[in-house]
Each structure stands twice: as structure tokens, then as C-alpha cells.
Write a protein that binds this ligand. Structure first.
Ligand code: GLC
Length: 809
């Protein structure tokens, strides 16, 4: 079953039926003002933090019909009938009501058609602004004169702290009130406290500050309003039938001691064929700010202009890498949706979506360092900025803080570590993870190779607790920390978690996955040391890598698989186990890190296909645990087939694909890509349920009765791992220190494809020909008419604009 289609020309996903299996969402705004919007205009908004800057209320995990939204109701003032400009909340009969939602890059357009009246509402946050715009055009196509009222509805939080707003009623209901004057509703919070921005010390979690919000209407005179939610909705009614709309007039109420909202009414007299526009603006700020913002929209065409600026800004960011291959769904993801998702994940880490409530007030370390990988090829300078922040979140012991606050500043001697009670209290973390800092190595190498910025290694950055060092020394410290945490098999202790949050191995259990990562970190460090001419460091890192490799070979290889780890002497992921006997990550990371021999790689990766793969991707391990392993195996808490308990965790799918491309298996790599490409599920939305344009955290595995159903949309490491798999793995675009390697690994039926990439400011127009249908291997490269007999192009041979023909064979 399908609910929409991809419009790649406009870079939009078009939802043609509003009754999608779940709320199909999009993002608006920036790091300063963020918002989430569904195909039915629901969702919430916040300034800087979803946890402590919430403006529009979201009600989580409720049936969508009971959630607030950015609602605009329409009422025919002659016959009394009413509907909404999005299908929800009024939910008119779909045989009479049409709704088309276009989710674009940081904007959403929702169009409706009902009883001869057409509406089109554009929702966006203008570039560099702290407010959102809802611009609605109403057109009379009925052939007769119409009198239509528009009622806006926005539900404010009473307190910017999300949890307090929803649970601490005895406090939050009594701090907020609303005012109305000349088309503008103002909400105040803690208004008696005159010093805006200054905090009155309060109970835990309460903002204790003065805030103002505004909601302004431009284009028509407001004839009635409600600032009190219950007066707009009415007793024992809901969003689908507010009394204000039913009556045809708001109650001119103001909130004092209940819930604040912005309900407004304007009346449009529409001649046949006539169209009118009303613009609503909503944001943080007092009356003066509201008036200033409203005044801007008196200018004709302002919305159109801002929307174009927004589109140009974001769409041009995606232009840095484009492909045209024989597979349209692959192109759609690489060119548009996966790239966009990488930016959103990069922005919001795991903070705000319809699943992540927005309470997480910072960047999870490992997640963020991996998220950076998804945008390096498009926005290397932003990647560098975030890398700096994350390096400054590494403690002087080399291990990383599990969470780096959104408001964290890069400055020395802040004393932040798990020894600091403030940090522990604010985050709830009491133990370090063994892998967090290990993600830095691959990400920094990818950044340096993309940009050539080897000098980054010499930049001095602070540690989160005390002292500072060059990036290079930060990396050495990270390795030293890991080497100080090896167990009796000489492998890395699992500590609070390795990548797998549900594996709690502590300082008794060892992890093979993180040991492989450490091996790779050592190899990368040796590479950096070599580039810097530090021979002793090269030798040291190589020696440690060799020891680790020997231990992995000695203890972790078992006939046809790499095991997952050890709990004391007990083996995790052994053939002898009846549960969780085969795991995806150690097989894949053995290849990615270079630990696996050719023979081991062949046998174990064949087993991945045999034991773990399904029509919807490869399960994280199999069989699920039902009886064994607790308290180390926290995944036992999940139903079989869910998440880390034999679910198809999507994040590792990108690693799996990349590993297969390293081995030269283009057909298999692409098959895996196809299995998890959400766009391929466009016609099977009833199975996948989640949006066909975004990757999810996991898909239910074979042991679930809902095998194939996807969960936890948007904010997931899958975005970056799939991007890297597509760009570096399948397309084989691999920047290197002194140039760029082009080494595709594609399905053998791909005969020709095109790639456009900006590399260090230079344009590469690449045509790849595959006349003999091979999966990997480059015979020649022709660069601007000159033949190169390898797959490597030196940067110094590049012009500003380059024609490159790659012949595989
Ligand atoms: C979630 C977490 C991520 C973790 C993964 C596997 O996606 O955000 O940090 O690596 O689960 O447990």
C-alpha cells in the first residue's frame, strides 16, 4: 500500500493520503529554533533545546487525534460546516476531503480541497530567525461568493521545561497568562519577574525565568480571539470540534491560571476564483518583537522570497554530491533524503523527534562522532566545528564524556568528568563506555582526507576536566585509556557499553567488537604519526596493534565466526551457545578493521548472509535471548526481534554494506542496500509503517510477528552509516591525503553511472563505465583527456572543473 511518492525535481516527498500508518514527519528550523511537523500539521517547537526551550506543546505517544498541532480551521459562515486545512484535527470524510502534504527540506506544505475551497499552507522557519511562519492561501473555486472564517490554534507550553509543563500542574498552570492587542496574542511566563533571562533559583528542572511568546496574524483583521485553551476548545470537547469554531466565534478569553493558546478568527469574503493569504507568525519574544516580525510580512511576496532563500540555501548544500545510477531509489536517498537526514541527525543528535521526546539535553558522544561522518563530504567546516566540540568533551584520561551538553563551551579546566557530581546528576551517567572515544579516529581521518587539513592534528583543544593538548595528543590519550582497560584475553573491557547499549560487560567482560575498533584506531594513529614523521609513535602503535590482532586471532576466531566477547571465561557468540550464538558486528568489523584474513572474511560473511539476513536486512544477532545472559545482556528486556534482541538494527547495515564492498562483493552489497532502503518500501507502507523517506533505528526481526516494521525514525546512526556505505563503499569515492581514490564496488548489472562531487573546492564530473559487468576493479581513469593507469587521482593534477571517465574491468 502506498501513501505518497517522491518528487525529486522539487526535492519533496508528497503524501497523497493523510491517513498514513503513523505520523509521517518533517523538520523545520535550525539549531536556534527547531520544530517538528507531521503530515497532519502536528508536532512541536522549541528554542535551542527541546528539553528546556519548549514553545509549542507536543503530547507524546497518544493517538494522533488527541494531539495538539499547528491547526487552522475553516468554517463556512453561511452553512455552518467546518473543516481544517490539514486533515486532522477535524478529520473530514476522505471521499469528500483531499489532502496533499509536501515535505521538503526544512519546510512543509499542506494543501486541502473541500467543498469548493482550496487551501495551501506553507510552514517554515525563515533562515537565521527565531520564529515560525504558517502562511495559508485560501482560494474559492466554488463558483459562488463565500464567507469563510479561519481559526488558528497553537497550544503553548506553560513552562519551557518540557517535563514540568506536562507534569507539574500545581506550579506551571499558575505562571503563564495571555494578552491580546491588534492581531497579536502575547503569552507571558513568570511575568512579575522583570529581569528577562535571569534565573530565580527554583526547584529542579523549573526554568524560573521570565519568557514571552507571540502569535501574530497578518493579512486580515482578527475579529475574535482566545488565549485560554479551554475557552477555545470548550468543556468536554476536543481538537476536532472546538466550541469557538462550532459557534463561529472565539470567546475573547485570556488565560489566567490555566493553559495558554493562540486561537484567532479572521473572516474572508471570497469572490468566485478569488484567493487570499493570511500569515501567522509564532515565536519567542514580547510585544515589540512580535510587532517587528509582523511588520516584515506587510511586504508583499515576503513569504515567497524567504521560502526561496531557505530552499536555495539547503538545496545547494546537497549539490556537493550527486549521483545518477541505474537505480532511482538509490539516487533519491543519496542525493536528497539520506543527505537531509544526515543533517537533521547532525543537528539534533537523539534529542527531538516524535519518538525522542526532546528531553535529552546534549550530544551523545558516540552517536555524534558518527553522525559527523554523514555530512563531512557536504559540509566539512561544520564537521570540523563539531569535532572540536567533541574532542573538548574528552577527559584528560582519554575516555569521553558519555554526553556533551548542547550548551557546552570549548574552554579549559571546566572540571567535567564522571568524578564531578554535577555532571553525574545532570546526565545520570555514572560509568564510561569503552567505545565512545574510539569513534574519533575514523571520523577525524575521514575529515582530514576530505579536506587535506592535516594541520587539524596540531590544533590545541582542552579536555573536559583539566588541561589541553593537540588533537594528535588527544588521540594518543584515547588509545592509552583503551590499552589500560584490557582483560585477561588481552581484549578491551566492555565497561558500561561498547557500541551496543545493552551489553554491560563492565571490567570483567571483554568485547571483540571494541577490540577491533581499537585495532583500527591504532592503525589510524600510526598513519597520522607516519604523516607527521613521528617514527617512534608509528612503531609503538604498530606494535600494540599487532598484539591486539594476535589476541583477537587467538581468542575470538571460532571456526566459522568471530565471537562477540567474553563474560569472564564464558564466550558470547559461540557456536555452542543456544541463544545469541552469531553476531553481526564482529564479522563486519573484522573486515572493516582489517583484522580478518581473506578466508575468515569469506566464511564469516557468508554466514552473515545465511544466519542473519532477511528480506528487510540482517539481524544484529541470532537467535534472540530469552533466558541467558542477564545482567550483562540487557537486550533480554526486549521482545524477540526488537532492537538489540535480534532486531534488524539498521545502523550496522551500513557497516555491513561497506564491508562487502571492501571484499569486492558488489552484488551482495547492493542487495543489502536494497533490503534496507526505505524508498524501496514505498509501496509497502502497511508493513514498514514508518516514513519511506527516512531510515529508522531498527526494523523488527524474523522472530517478531511484525517482521519488517520499522521504528525510531530520523535520529539514528543509520543515516550516516548508510551514507558512508553508499558514497565510499558502493560508489567508491574515497578522498585520500594527497588526492582521491575512485574505486566503485557495484552490482554487476550497473553498466554506467555518473557522480558529481566537489572535492576541496574543485568540481569532479565522473562517468563510470562498466563494459564487462564486473563488481569491482578500475582499469583506467581518464582525467581531462589524460589516461591514468590506477584508481588514484592526485589533487595537484585537478583543475577547477574536471571531466573524469572511469573504466571498470
Ligand atoms: C542506539 C544508541 C546508540 C547505540 C545503539 C546500539 O541507537 O543511540 O548509541 O550505539 O542504540 O545499542
Amino acid at each position: 500500500m502506498r501513501f505518497g511518492y517522491f518528487d525529486n525535481v522539487r526535492k519533496e516527498y508528497v503524501i497523497t493520503r493523510p491517513d498514513t500508518p503513523r505520523e509521517w514527519t518533517n523538520y523545520l528550523g535550525s539549531l536556534e529554533y527547531g520544530a517538528i511537523i507531521t503530515n497532519n500539521a502536528q508536532g512541536y517547537s522549541f528554542v535551542k533545546s527541546g528539553a528546556s526551550g519548549r514553545i509549542l506543546r507536543g503530547r507524546f505517544n497518544v493517538p494522533p487525534t488527541t494531539a495538539p498541532g499547528r491547526y487552522i480551521y475553516l468554517k463556512d459562515m453561511e452553512n455552518g460546516d467546518y473543516w481544517s486545512s490539514s486533515w486532522l484535527p477535524v478529520k473530514k470524510d476522505l471521499s469528500k476531503y483531499e489532502s496533499i502534504c509536501r515535505h521538503g527540506i526544512l519546510y512543509t506544505i499542506i494543501a486541502s480541497k473541500y467543498d469548493g475551497i482550496e487551501t495551501e499552507t506553507l510552514y517554515y522557519v525563515p533562515l537565521n530567525e527565531l520564529y515560525e511562519v504558517w502562511a495559508i492561501k485560501v482560494r474559492n473555486n466554488s463558483g459562488r461568493k463565500r464567507k469563510i472564517s479561519l481559526f488558528s490554534y497553537a497550544e503553548f507550553t506553560n513552562e519551557p521545561n518540557e517535563t514540568q509543563d506536562l507534569v507539574n500542574m500545581q506550579y506551571t498552570l499558575f505562571i503563564s497568562r495571555t494578552y491580546y492587542k491588534d492581531n497579536l496574542i502575547i503569552q507571558t511566563i513568570n511575568e512579575n519577574y522583570s529581569e528577562i533571562g535571569k534565573v530565580i533559583p527554583q526547584e529542579e528542572g523549573i526554568s524560573g525565568r521570565r519568557f514571552n511568546r507571540f502569535f501574530g496574524v497578518i493579512g486580515e483583521k482578527v475579529v475574535s480571539y482566545d488565549g485560554d485553551r479551554d475557552k477555545f476548545i470548550g468543556s468536554y470537547r476536543d481538537y476536532s470540534n472546538p466550541i469557538a469554531v462550532e459557534r463561529g466565534m472565539c470567546g475573547n478569553s485570556l488565560n489566567y491560571g490555566k493553559n495558554s493558546c493562540a486561537g484567532t478568527q479572521v473572516i474572508l469574503d471570497l469572490e468566485p476564483g478569488e484567493e487570499k493569504e493570511v500569515i501567522y507568525v509564532l515565536g519567542q519574544g514580547a510585544e515589540a518583537t512580535g510587532r517587528r516580525v509582523m511588520a516584515k510580512y506587510e511586504e508583499k511576496g515576503r513569504v515567497e522570497k524567504e521560502w526561496n532563500e531557505l530552499k536555495n540555501y539547503w538545496q545547494s548544500k546537497l549539490e556537493g554530491f550527486k549521483v545518477k545510477t541505474p537505480d532511482e531509489n538509490f539516487d533519491t536517498m543519496v542525493n536528497i533524503w539520506n543527505a537531509y537526514q544526515c543533517f537533521i541527525t547532525f543537528f539534533w543528535s537523539r534529542a527531538a523527534s516524535m519518538i525522542y521526546v526532546g528531553q535529552r539535553d546534549g550530544y551523545g558522544y558516540r552517536d555524534t562522532v558518527q553522525d559527523i561522518q554523514g555530512i563531512i563530504h557536504l559540509e566539512p567546516q561544520e564537521a570540523k566545528k563539531r569535532l572540536r566540540l567533541m574532542l573538548a568533551g574528552q577527559t584528560s584520561k582519554g575516555v569521553a564524556l558519555p554526553l556533551v551538553f548542547f550548551d557546552y563551551e570549548i574552554k579549559p579546566n571546566q572540571g567535567l568528568s564522571l568524578d564531578n557530581p554535577y555532571y553525574v546528576k545532570r546526565t545520570g551517567y555514572t560509568e564510561y563506555r569503552c567505545d565512545d572515544h574510539l569513534w574519533l579516529y575514523i571520523t577525524i581521518r575521514q575529515y582530514i582526507k576530505e579536506t587535506g587539513d592535516l594541520a587539524f592534528l596540531d590544533e590545541i583543544l582542552p579536555y573536559s576536566d583539566y588541561g589541553e593538548d593537540t588533537v594528535y595528543e588527544h588521540l594518543r590519550k584515547g588509545i592509552l585509556f583503551s590499552l589500560s582497560k584490557l582483560g585477561k584475553h588481552g581484549l578491551s573491557f566492555g565497561l558500561d557499553a561498547d557500541w551496543n547499549d545493552t551489553l554491560r560487560l563492565g571490567e570483567e567482560g571483554e568485547t571483540v567488537f571494541a577490540s577491533m575498533q581499537l585495532y583500527l584506531a591504532l592503525k589510524i594513529f600510526a598513519e597520522f604519526a607516519g604523516r607527521k614523521g613521528k617514527k617512534e609513535d608509528v612503531e609503538w602503535a604498530e606494535k600494540e596493534a599487532k598484539k591486539l590482532d594476535e589476541n583477537i586471532q587467538k581468542y575470538a576466531w571460532e571456526e566459522d565466526r568471530f565471537v562477540r566477547g567474553f563474560i569472564g571465561d564464558e564466550v558470547i557468540g559461540s557456536k555452542k551457545n543456544t541463544e545469541a550464538s552469531f553476531w553481526l558486528n564482529p564479522q563486519v568489523w573484522a573486515v572493516l578493521s582489517g583484522v580478518a584474513t581473506e578466508e575468515q572474511a569469506k566464511i564469516s560473511m557468508d554466514n552473515v548472509e545465511k544466519i542473519l539476513n532477511t528480506d528487510y536486512g540482517a539481524m544484529i544477532m541470532y537467535p534472540p535471548v530469552r533466558t541467558w545472559g542477564f545482567p550483562v545482556f540487557r537486550m533480554i528486556l526486549f521482545n524477540p526481534g526488537m532492537k538489540e534482541n535480534a532486531g534488524i538494527f539498521c545502523h550496522p547495515q551500513g557497516w555491513l554494506i561497506k564491508a562487502e564492498t571492501i571484499l569486492g562483493n558488489g552484488d551482495r552489497a547492493f542487495k543489502y542496500y536494497q533490503e534496507v532502503n526505505p524508498a524501496n518500501m514505498n509501496d509497502k507502507a502497511e508493513i514498514r509503517e514508518a516514513e519511506p523517506y527516512v531510515h529508522c533505528q531498527f526494523v523488527e526481526g524474523k522472530d517478531s510477528p511484525y517482521h519488517g516494521r520499522a521504528h525510531v525514525h530520523w535520529l539514528t546512526g543509520t543515516a550516516s552509516s548508510m551514507m558512508v556505505a553508499a558514497v565510499e563503499g558502493i560508489l567508491g569515492i574515497k578522498p585520500d591525503y594527497d588526492g582521491i581514490v575512485i574505486d566503485p564496488c557495484v552490482p554487476s548489472h550497473w553498466k554506467e553511472f555518473y557522480i558529481e562531487k566537489v572535492f576541496r573546492g574543485k568540481k569532479l564530473r565522473i562517468k563510470v563505465e562498466n563494459p564487462n559487468g564486473v563488481q569491482k576493479g578500475v582499469k583506467t581513469i581518464n582525467l581531462n583527456g589524460k589516461e591514468i593507469r590506477s584508481n588514484f587521482i592526485l589533487e595537484k593534477d585537478l583543475k577547477d572543473d574536471n571531466e573524469i571517465i572511469v573504466i571498470m574491468g
